[in-house]
Design a protein around this ligand. Sequence first.
Ligand SMILES: [Zn+2]
Length: 451
Amino acid sequence: MRVRIGLEIHLELKTQSKMFCACKNDYNYEDEANVNICPICLGYPGILPSVNRRAIEYAIMLLKALNCKPSERIQFYRKNYFYPDLPKGYQITQYKFGSIGYNGYLYLNLDGGKKVGIDRISLEEDTARTIQIETGEVLLDFNRAGIPLIEIVTKPDMEKPKEVVKFLENLRLIIQYLNISDANMEKGQMRVDVNVSVDNNERVEIKNVNSIREVENALEYEINYQIEQVKLGKKIKRTTKMWDDYEKKTKEMRRKESEDDYRYFPEPDIPEFKINDFELTIKTPFDKFNELLKLGVQKEYAEIIVRDLRISNYFDEFLKNNGDAVIGSNFIVNILKSFKELPNVKEFSKLTNLVKENKIPNHVAREKLNEMKEKLNVEEILKNFEVISSEEIESIARSLIEKYPEKFFEYKSGKTGLIGFFIGEAKKMNPKIDPKQFKEIFENLEDTQRR
Ligand SMILES: [Zn+2]
């Protein structure tokens, strides 16, 4: 059975002020309830909303990152309905035409793969926050009313819960790179509604999913449920459900209102406007990933670095300090990533260059990194470490060839396992010798006596 999954994502932007007024945007919900309010976000009669320029900029950054085509003209609409969290009776939002952007896409993997279509991106205002308390009463906090929200609507291009997980992880990473929201799902800064249908049945919407893991669980449950129903010959009705994380099942909420019920009309207080004068440059995780590959970083390491914002920012600084990308990425992924605190980036960059120039053997650098951790100090390493020059290694290698000419001949004739023997002998002569460096030098030597 063919499964089609589409998403509607709401994202609270971390602007200073709200979407249409100057009230503080307390998107982390730290303030006391109902202090960041004014007649505009409460929807009093006679008010005049004005558009938050920063919110428009953030939306444009996101539309670029999601490869959308920008609208030439922006138009806000009123979506009319009453709900306790919207007592003014309408939400200022965008509608089919005049949204910020259309027809984009997002790849599921950093190196490409399947593309998921983005239908549109629009801007709107958030509603008040409802908080249910133990007595069953519902409290309202209007600090949230009017916070800028971006709505991202995808095409129903995903077929498996795992694809949805990848999509959401990539989207959240993009948002974090653009630094337009913290996209914390538990705090409600990023909210996901899922639409899912099987075969040509009606779609079911699942709301109230608070983490990517729960989205995956809800979808697995709902898809199995719908497939069973269809196998029993039942039709799937268009419904809205919610995910109950305690019972691990989806439950029906209410019949979805049709669009006519909302009586959309253009917001009379905000005239249509153009957005073509915004010059904004952005860097996405996809750009970063490709940059790292170009520097010679292996794919697996590049992905790990790009997907971890702390490490990714550290790596940026590391490159600015002229660290060696290949050696650095290896040490970062295999050693540094587990450190609570990262070493001084200048020291770390220096270390990778000394390794590259063979002034500190790779194995010593690793040892010292593990030992010194965030207290990494290259001077200290050099002070206590006698650097063996390549000339010195070569002379040790030559003396071994002289001592064991037969073994060297066998080695050169293809018995490569003998390198272990020579490394062992070299270490007896100087325990600080780096096996890798020794091997490189040794391999290139010819037996002068036999020539
Ligand atoms: Zn306000």
